[in-house]
Design a protein around this ligand. Structure first.
Ligand SMILES: *[C@@H]1O[C@H](CO)[C@@H](O)[C@H](O)[C@H]1NC(C)=O
Ligand SMILES: *[C@@H]1O[C@H](CO)[C@@H](O)[C@H](O)[C@H]1NC(C)=O
Ligand SMILES: *[C@@H]1O[C@H](CO)[C@@H](O)[C@H](O)[C@H]1NC(C)=O
Ligand SMILES: *[C@@H]1O[C@H](CO)[C@@H](O)[C@H](O)[C@H]1NC(C)=O
Length: 961
C-alpha cells in the first residue's frame, strides 16, 4: 500500500465509525503516551492488542474506557503529553517514583472530569502547576510532592471542593498562599481538606488571616521550610480540628497569638526556627500535646512556664535559645512518657532536681549552656541509678574547678541509634551484587524507598519496639492487600535535616527473586496513594521510592519476538464495526511503523549525519548519546537567542534550551574557529557518552552538522556549588547539606576514577564544576580537560599542565605527571572551600595554608570558628567537622602517594554522615558500574532512557590563564 492510500483508508474508516469514538480516543491517547514514554512496562503495550484486555501493564478499564493509569516506580522516562486530557473517564493517574519523567505538567490535565487521584510523587516534573488543575472537580488526592515545580500555588486549587489531601511539598514553589476574595478562589475554600502539606518550598509573604476559618476540617498543617513572614494569624485557632501544626523554619515574627491554646486537639506543634517575639506562648490546656518545639526564637525573657508540668502527654519538649530563666520544676521530669528534653542555651538557674520518680522513657536531657549551679541527684546519677543521658556542659556546676570529670559535663558518646529488622531465626546467606538477603534469608531484589514521617509523636530513636510495630503494621497490610510480598525490612532510622524521621523500607518479593511489573505497581501505589496508613504515633508520612530495575519479565521478554500478530488484532477488536476498527488499527499501525522506522534511523544510527570525510576512524562508538541536527537545536534554543545564553567561555557559548516535551537542556556550542578536528570531537564524544552516574552530569547528545560542534547536556537547575557558597543562588547550605554535597561529588569522582571505562582523570575539579540539582544532589561537570587513562599508562600520564590556580596539585604542577591523586588534591581544596566559603586564593591568602595556621586540634572545632562560613550553622551543630577537616587535610598532602584514593574518601565521608546521624544513602561505595548491566530493561542510565534527566548547566569551560 502506498502511504497515500493508507492515509485515505484511515480517513474513510474514521468517517464510517460512529460508535466507539471515545473508546478510540482513549486508544489514540494511549499510543501517544507510548510514543512519549520509554520504560519496561511499555513492552506489554503491544500494537494490536486490546489495551483493555488486561495485558497492558498499568492500564485498567471499565466498559472499555480507561479508568486508571498506574505506573509507579517502573522506570518510565519522557514527558507527559497533552493527550492525557483525552481520557475523559480516567479516575486514577499515578506515575510516582519515575525520576525520568520530566517536563512541565500539561494544562490538558484539567480535562479529566472524573479524576479523583492525581499522584506524581518523586518524578522530575518542573515548570508551573497549571491553573486548569482547578477544573478537576472530583479530585480528592493531589500529590505533586518531590518534583521541581516552580511558580505560585494556583488559586484555582480552591475550587477543588472534594479535595481531601493536598501535598505540594518538596518543590520550588514561590509566592504567597492564595486566599479567596469573592472573585478568585483560594485555599480557605477547601473545607473538606484534611491535609495541607506545603513544606519544603520557597513560599513567601505573610500567612493571610483569611486562610483559616471555622468551617475548615484540617488535621495536618505543614508549612515548614519556607520563607513565610509576618505574624502567625490568630485565625489559626479557629481550625479546632488541627492535630499537627508545623510552621517551623520560616521567618515568622511577632507574638504567637494568645488563643493558640484553643487548639486542644494538637498533638505535634513546631514553631521553631522563626523570628517570633513577645512572651513565650501560654499552652495551658493543650493537654494532648506530645511533641513541642519552640526553639530558636526571640521570645521575651520569661520564667519557666507553668504548663511545663501540666501537659501530661508530652514526649518531647524542645526550647533551646528561647530566653527562659528560673529553676526547672522537678515535676517536669515525671511526665509519664517524657523522652527528650532540650532546654539548652537558656538561663535556667538554681538547682536541678530530676525528681524522685522520672519518666521511665527518658532518653536525653540537654541543659547545656545554662546557669545551673547544683544537681540534687548528682551522686545517684554518678552511681548509674539513672539510665538517661544528661548534659550540663557549660553550666556553673561544670565550670567550677574540679567538676569537669563528672559524666554529665561532657557530651555523651553514644547518641546515634541503629535499627534494622532482624532475621527470622535464620542465617543470612551471602548474596550477589544488588541482591539483598530478606528477613527470611532469601536473596532477592527488593523494592526500596524512604519513609519520611513528618511529625511523629515520639522522639526516642532507641526504642526498637516502635519500629517493630511499624514493621508489623506493614506486614499485615501487604498480606491483607494480597500483594506478592514475602517480607520486608526497615532500617537506618534517623532524623534528617528537616527534622523528619526517615526510615529505609525494603520490600521483598514472594516466590521469586524479583517482582514482576504489576507487583511493583501494586506495592508502590499502596505507598504513593497513602493506602497504607500507619497508626497514630507515626502520623503522616511521605514515601519516596527508587525506580525498580529488576523486573522478572525483562529476561523472558528479551527472548520473545515483539512483532505483533494480526490474529490478536482481530480477536480483540471490540464493538460492532469490526472491519472499521480493523482498518483504523491497521492505519495507526502503519503510521506508527513509519514513525518508528524514522526514529530507528535517528536512534540506532546516531551517525547517520556523520560526515565521514572529516572524521577519520569510522563511525564513533557511542553509548546512548543522540545525534541532533543543527535545525533541531536551533529550534530548542529559540534560534540561539541572547536570552537563552547562560554562559560563555574560551570554548564558545552555553545555551539553555528545552525539548518539545519540556525537558530542559544545556547546549555547549563551540565557537566558529575553535572547533576541533572531527577526530578529536569524536574521541571526546565517545568518552563523554560512556559516563553515566547519578553524581556526574549526563550527556544527552551532540550535533555535528553544518560545520557546528555542539554537546547537549542535562540542565542542572541549581547551578554551581560556587554560586551557592557565594550566596548568589540564594540557597542556604547548612552543615548537613554540605556533607551530602561533598559525598555526592566524591562519589562522582570515584566513579570516574574507578568505575568508568577507561578511567578518567577530571583535571579541573573545583566548585565551579560541581553542579547542584533541584534536590541539591551534587553532579560533577565539565570534562573539557579530562583525560582517560589508557592501558599503557595506567598510573599516570604526562601532559601539559592544565587546571585552575588554587585547586591545582603542586606535585602535578612540578612534575607534569598527572595521576588520580591530582584530582584528590583539588577535591581536598573543594572540601575546605565547602566549609569556609572562601576562594582557594583570596587576597593573596591560600586556603590550605590558612586552615593549617588557624587550626588547633586541642580546641573545640579545631579552633576554626573564625574561618568557617557563618551560614554553615551554629557551632553546636557541626558534629563531625573535625573528622571532615582531618580528611580534607589528608587530601591536600604535598605527596600524592600520601593522599587517600577517592574510594577511601567516599567511605570516610559516609562514616562521617553516619556519625552525624544522617543516612549516607543506600548506594554502596563499591557498587558496580552504572552501565553495562541491566541491559534488558530500562535502567535510568541505560541507552533506552536518553531523556531520563531534567537538568544541566554545563558551565563554560574556563581555561586557566
Ligand atoms: C461556613 O459555612 C457556612 C455554611 O456554608 C457559611 O454560611 C459561612 O459563611 C461559612 N463561614 C466562613 C467563615 O466561611
Ligand atoms: C478531637 O479529637 C477527638 C479524639 O480523636 C475527636 O473525637 C474530636 O472530634 C476532636 N475534636 C475536634 C474539634 O475535631
Ligand atoms: C495561661 O492560661 C491559663 C488558662 O487559659 C491561665 O489560667 C493562666 O493564668 C495563664 N498563664 C499565664 C502565665 O498567663
Ligand atoms: C484488610 O482489608 C480489608 C478490606 O480490604 C480492610 O477493610 C481492612 O481494614 C484491612 N486490614 C488491615 C489490617 O489492613
Amino acid at each position: 500500500m502506498s502511504a497515500r492510500i493508507r492515509r485515505l483508508l484511515v480517513v474513510i474508516a474514521f468517517i464510517q465509525i460512529s460508535i466507539t469514538t471515545s473508546q478510540n480516543s482513549d486508544r489514540v491517547a494511549l499510543q501517544a503516551l507510548k510514543h512519549a514514554w520509554q520504560g519496561p512496562p511499555l513492552s506489554s503495550w503491544r500494537d494490536g492488542s486490546d489495551p483493555c484486555g488486561g495485558d497492558w501493564v498499568g492500564i485498567t478499564c471499565t466498559n472499555s474506557r480507561v479508568t486508571s493509569i498506574i505506573l509507579s516506580s517502573t522506570g518510565l522516562t519522557g514527558g507527559l503529553p497533552g493527550d492525557i486530557g483525552q481520557f475523559t473517564e480516567l479516575v486514577v493517574l499515578d506515575l510516582s517514583y519515575n525520576t525520568g519523567l520530566t517536563g512541565s505538567l500539561t494544562s490538558a490535565i484539567g480535562n479529566l472530569p472524573k479524576l479523583t487521584n492525581l499522584i506524581l510523587v518523586g518524578c522530575n516534573f518542573n515548570g508551573p502547576i497549571p491553573k486548569t488543575i482547578g477544573n478537576l472537580e472530583r479530585l480528592r488526592y493531589l500529590s505533586l510532592n518531590s518534583n521541581g515545580f516552580t511558580g505560585t500555588i494556583p488559586a484555582s486549587i480552591g475550587r477543588l471542593k472534594n479535595l481531601y489531601w493536598l501535598d505540594l511539598s518538596d518543590n520550588q514553589l514561590t509566592g504567597g498562599l492564595p486566599v479567596s476574595d469573592g472573585v478568585e478562589p483560594g485555599l480557605d475554600m477547601l473545607t473538606h481538606a484534611k491535609h495541607f502539606h506545603l513544606g519544603d518550598n520557597k513560599l513567601s509573604g505573610d500567612i493571610p488571616l483569611g486562610l483559616f476559618n471555622s468551617n475548615m476540617t484540617l488535621i495536618h498543617l505543614l508549612f515548614d521550610h519556607n520563607s513565610l513572614t509576618g505574624n502567625i494569624p490568630s485565625t489559626l485557632s479557629l481550625v479546632v480540628t488541627l492535630e499537627v501544626v508545623r510552621l517551623d523554619r520560616n521567618s515568622l515574627s511577632g507574638d504567637v497569638p494568645s488563643n493558640i491554646n484553643r487548639l486542644t486537639n494538637v498533638t505535634e506543634m513546631y514553631l521553631s526556627n522563626n523570628l517570633l517575639t513577645g512572651p513565650v506562648p501560654n499552652l495551658t490546656g493543650m493537654n494532648r500535646l506530645n511533641y513541642l518545639d519552640l526553639s530558636n526564637n526571640s521570645f521575651d525573657q520569661s520564667d519557666i512556664p507553668s504548663w511545663f508540668s501540666t501537659l501530661q502527654s508530652l514526649t518531647t519538649i524542645k526550647m533551646h535559645f528561647t530566653n527562659l530563666v528560673g529553676e526547672l520544676p522537678a515535676t517536669l521530669f515525671s511526665i509519664p512518657q517524657l523522652q527528650n528534653v532540650d532546654l539548652s542555651n537558656n538561663r535556667i538557674n538554681g538547682s536541678l532536681d530530676i525528681s524522685s520518680n522520672p519518666s521511665t522513657q527518658l532518653e536525653l536531657v540537654d541543659l547545656r549552656t545554662n546557669l545551673i549551679s547544683d544537681f540534687s541527684q548528682q551522686r545517684q546519677y554518678a552511681a548509674g541509678v539513672y539510665t538517661f543521658g544528661l548534659i550540663l556542659l557549660a553550666n556553673p556546676i561544670c565550670t567550677e574547678s574540679g567538676a569537669t570529670e563528672n559524666e554529665f559535663c561532657s557530651l555523651p558518646t553514644k547518641t546515634s541509634a541503629s535499627y534494622s529488622t532482624p532475621s527470622n531465626n535464620c542465617v543470612p546467606p551471602p548474596c550477589g551484587s544488588d541482591l539483598v538477603s530478606s528477613p527470611n534469608c532469601q536473596c532477592a531484589y527488593p523494592f526500596t524507598g524512604l519513609f519520611s514521617f513528618k511529625a511523629p509523636s515520639f522522639s526516642s530513636m532507641t526504642n526498637a519496639s516502635i519500629y517493630d510495630s511499624l514493621h508489623n503494621l506493614l506486614t499485615l497490610f501487604f498480606r491483607n492487600a494480597t500483594l506478592p510480598v514475602d517480607s520486608l525490612s526497615l532500617k537506618n532510622p534517623s532524623r534528617n535535616l528537616e527534622d523528619y524521621l526517615v526510615i529505609t523500607l525494603e520490600v521483598f518479593p514472594s516466590g521469586q527473586p524479583s517482582f514482576n511489573r504489576t507487583g511493583i505497581i501494586g506495592v508502590a501505589f499502596a505507598l504513593s496513594n497513602q493506602t497504607f496508613k500507619p497508626k497514630t504515633d507515626f502520623n503522616t508520612y511521605t514515601f519516596n521510592a527508587e525506580s525498580y530495575k529488576f523486573f522478572s519479565e525483562s529476561i523472558s521478554e528479551g527472548a520473545k519476538s515483539k512483532t505483533s500478530n494480526t490474529g490478536i488484532i482481530i480477536g480483540s477488536a471490540v464493538g460492532g464495526c469490526v472491519l472499521a476498527v480493523l482498518l483504523v488499527l491497521a492505519g495507526m499501525y502503519a503510521i506508527r511503523q513509519k514513525g518508528r522506522a524514522e526514529k530507528a534511523v535517528q536512534h540506532n544510527q546516531p551517525f547517520a549525519l556523520w560526515d565521514p570525510t572529516s572524521a577519520s576512524g569510522g563511525v564513533p562508538q557511542l553509548k546512548g548519546a543522540r545525534s541532533f541536527t543543527f535545525e533541531e537545536l536551533r529550534k530548542y534554543t529559540d534560534n540561539f537567542s541572547e536570552t537563552s545564553q547562560i554562559g560563555a567561555g574560551g570554548y564558545g557559548n552555553v545555551y539553555k534550551g528545552s525539548f518539545p516535551n519540556g525537558q530542559l537542556i544545556a547546549i555547549k556550542r563551540a565557537r566558529q574557529g575553535s572547533t576541533q578536528g572531527g577526530l578529536e570531537f569524536k574521541t571526546e564524544l565517545e568518552l563523554l557518552s560512556r559516563v553515566h552516574h547519578k553524581n556526574v552530569v549526563g550527556l544527552i547528545g551532540f550535533c555535528f552538522d553544518q560545520g557546528e560542534q555542539m554537546l547537549v547536556y542535562e540542565y542542572i537547575v541549581n547551578g554551581t556549588l560556587k554560586d551557592s557558597l557565594s550566596g548568589r543562588s540564594g540557597i542556604r547550605l547548612d552543615w548537613m547539606r554540605r556533607l551530602k554535597i561533598a559525598l555526592g561529588a566524591a562519589r562522582g569522582l570515584q566513579y570516574l576514577h574507578d568505575l568508568a571505562d577507561p578511567p578518567i582523570i577530571h583535571r579541573d575539579v573545583k566548585t565551579n564544576n560541581i553542579l547542584l540539582d533541584q534536590r541539591l544532589v551534587a553532579k560533577v561537570a565539565d570534562f573539557g580537560l579530562s583525560k582517560p587513562l589508557s592501558d599503557a599508562n595506567r598510573t599516570h600520564i604526562t601532559t601539559q599542565v592544565k587546571g585552575t590556580m588554587g585547586y591545582m596539585d603542586p606535585e602535578y604542577y612540578m612534575t607534569q605527571q598527572l595521576t588520580e591523586k591530582s584530582d584528590v588534591y583539588s577535591f581536598g581544596v573543594v572540601m575546605l572551600e565547602l566549609i569556609t566559603a572562601r576562594n582557594p586564593i583570596e587576597r593573596g591568602k591560600y586556603i590550605v595554608r590558612e586552615v593549617k595556621q588557624v587550626m588547633d586540634k586541642n580546641k573545640e572545632l579545631y579552633n576554626l570558628h573564625e574561618i568557617l562560613d557563618p551560614t554553615i550553622g551554629l557551632s553546636s551543630q557541626l558534629k563531625g567537622l573535625e573528622k571532615y577537616v582531618d580528611l580534607s587535610l589528608r587530601c591536600v598532602d604535598e605527596k600524592g602517594n600520601q593522599r587517600p584514593g577517592m574510594s577511601e574518601i567516599v567511605k570516610e565521608l559516609e562514616s562521617i554522615m553516619t556519625f552525624v546521624g544522617l543516612n549516607p544513602g543506600s548506594e554502596p561505595s563499591t557498587s558496580a558500574s552504572y552501565e553495562g548491566t541491566d541491559k534488558d530493561y530500562s535502567h535510568p542510565y541505560s541507552n533506552d532512557s536518553l531523556f531520563a534527566y531534567s537538568g544541566g548547566i554545563l558551565p563554560p569551560k574556563m581555561h586557566p590563564k
